[in-house]
Write a protein that binds this ligand. Structure first.
Ligand code: NAD
Length: 288
């Protein structure tokens, strides 16, 4: 394919949660055979039913035909065994954001996957270089950072680890375009570009609340109407999850060693109180 050395025809996705089922959805819709792997049959069934519901919604909106939906669904096979990745040219890992879990899964995938296969991770904050170092193929390990919800969001941040090869980058950029997404290449540093730029803005908005500069509603309105952001930073933080924001800020603070990334004490306090945003119905805004 295009002289890049790796022709991707089929993909495997590890993890069938929020991101994994969305990633399997877009691959299947774009004509790739997909093996979707998770820990239990029940989780896989739930993932598949989310994909079916989301595709039904596309059919209703006339952005997908019934035939295309059925063909896409028939391309997805499920398994609870990581060995199912064998034969896929591209494997995208989307399991929970726990470093030791990702490291052990990468060691397993490295053993189970074909020699030429590319191993991608959807991590939001773990070092691609460190994940790649778990394998015997660091030149074929890469970050493919999809955005939530995957079928809707056009960006895929493509992250080059220290040892990722140009061929791997080229192959993954080609696949990303075939999925109808826009790839943007970045280097492996804490938070990549997306969270390196977004999280300090969210953190600063938290400091503004803590210092009494303005109420959350006012801060969000300034950023929406004044900066043309579709969502204010605090509403966005509530949507992402305040615990997830705090974790990512800790990664930036630790990884870059600069106190400008120190998480706002009010953010810590809200997470400690279980005010996590939309998922707990309370965050900077209420969702009752
Ligand atoms: P999630 O909790 O919805 O899904 C994770 C899935 O991984 C679960 O279904 C779980 O059963 C599965 N899993 C756990 N251990 C496994 C194992 N050993 N083998 C196979 N499957 C296993 O999480 P998510 O929100 O989909 O996040 C997945 C990844 O995507 C994380 O790295 C996260 O940082 C990243 N990410 C998330 C978002 C988001 O908005 N949710 C956005 C971008 C990136």
């Amino acid at each position: 394919m295009g002289g890049c050395g790796v022709a991707v025809k089929s993909a495997a996705v590890i993890g069938a949660g929020t991101m994994g089922n969305g990633i399997a959805h877009v691959f299947a819709q774009s004509g790739y055979d997909v093996r979707l792997v998770d820990v239990s049959q029940e989780v896989l069934e739930r993932g598949l039913s989310t994909i079916r519901n989301n595709m039904d919604r596309q059919v209703k909106k006339a952005t997908l035909t019934v035939e295309e939906r059925d063909a896409a669904l028939s391309r997805i096979e499920t398994s609870t065994d990581v060995a199912a990745v064998d034969g896929a040219e591209l494997i995208v890992e989307a399991v929970s954001e726990v470093p030791h879990l990702k490291f052990s899964i990468f060691r397993e995938i490295d053993r189970a996957a074909g020699n030429g296969a590319i191993l991608a991770t959807n991590t939001s904050s773990i070092s691609i270089t460190e994940i790649a170092a778990q394998t015997d193929r660091p030149e074929r390990v890469i970050g493919m950072h999809f955005m939530n919800p995957v079928p809707v969001m056009p960006l895929v941040e493509i992250i080059r680890g220290l040892q990722t090869s140009d061929q791997t980058i080229a192959a993954v950029i080609e696949v990303t375009k075939a999925l109808g997404k826009t790839p943007v290449e970045v280097n492996d540093y804490p938070g990549f570009v997306s969270n390196r730029v977004l999280m300090p803005m969210i953190n600063e908005a938290c400091f503004c609340v803590m210092e009494g500069v303005a109420e959350p509603e006012a801060i969000d309105t300034v950023m929406k109407l004044g900066m043309n952001h579709p969502l204010g930073p605090l509403a966005l933080a509530d949507l992402i999850g305040l615990d997830v924001c705090l974790d990512i800020l800790e990664v930036l603070h630790r990884g870059l060693g600069d106190d400008k990334y120190r998480p706002c004490p009010l953010l810590r306090k809200m997470v400690a109180a279980g005010r996590l945003g939309r998922k707990s119905k309370h965050g900077f805004h209420d969702y009752d």
